[in-house]
Write a protein that binds this ligand. Structure first.
Ligand SMILES: N[C@@H](CCC(=O)N[C@@H](CS)C(=O)NCC(=O)O)C(=O)O
Length: 222
């Protein structure tokens, strides 16, 4: 029997083409199996921004509202969903693996600013022969090292075997690697393909492609 979405469970997100944090929050909620209503806000809409402020004191998305509890910030959303849906496997069952998972999710959450600004998520875009400057290249090197360590330790196909929180955190990076034609080794390329082949990802990408117009300033940095 299909589960009905709790009307009080809402995930506020913005552009599906550009908002990498929205994608992370949305994937986390989907992986958790928590029925929710999606609420889209345009990043440049002043009224919408005023409304987001009531929900999310950081004025940032994603923001999850569940049973009257408001959770902004993607890491907090992931941890909250893991508490609400402990059997969804967002975090690994093994303590050491769980610590490893939290560490790499933390690295994604607080780091890689050069990659994030130089190669913004843009699902509709494709920029072959994109020139990657050295600081962004260093971020790519670190990310692929993280991935390879995970494949070696947990055997793939996702970072900790089964898909989970770390894959939601790194999924926008996989899209950037494809958008900007980043040359990867076979294992990392296969992982990117695995991310893009997830049914949830296909739904998101299709919706991103259907988004009306490009937002000029976001082509530069988001
Ligand atoms: N650390 C935050 C980052 C969230 C974030 O930067 N969100 C961007 C969208 S990708 C945003 O809401 N931007 C709104 C704005 O700049 O007006 C998180 O983990 O959720």
């Amino acid at each position: 029997m299909a589960t009905k979405a709790n009307p009080k469970t809402t995930l506020t997100i913005s552009s599906k083409n550009y908002s990498s944090w929205s994608l992370r929050g949305w994937l986390l909620a989907k992986f958790a199996g928590l029925p929710f209503t999606e609420r889209m806000v345009a990043p440049d809409d002043a009224d919408a921004r005023a409304e987001i402020l009531l929900l999310s004191s950081s004025i940032l998305v994603p923001c999850l509202e569940h049973e009257g509890i408001k959770i902004w910030d993607t890491l907090a959303i992931g941890e909250y969903l893991n508490e609400v849906k402990p059997r969804a496997g967002l975090l690994p069952a093994d303590r050491a693996a769980r610590a490893h998972c939290r560490a790499i999710c933390g690295e994604m959450h607080s780091g890689f600013s050069a990659l994030r600004s130089a190669l913004p998520m843009n699902l509709k875009g494709h920029f072959p022969k994109f020139r990657i400057w050295s600081r962004a290249a260093a971020d790519i090197e670190r990310i692929t090292t993280i991935w390879r360590e995970c494949f070696k330790t947990y055997g793939g196909p996702f970072l900790f075997g089964e898909r989970g929180m770390a894959d939601a955190m790194y999924a926008p990076v996989a899209t950037r690697f494809l958008t900007y034609d980043v040359v990867l080794d076979d294992a990392c390329q296969a992982y990117c393909n695995q991310i893009m082949a997830m049914p949830e990802m296909k739904i998101w990408v299709e919706a991103a492609r259907a988004e009306p117009e490009d937002i000029d300033e976001l082509e530069v940095e988001f």
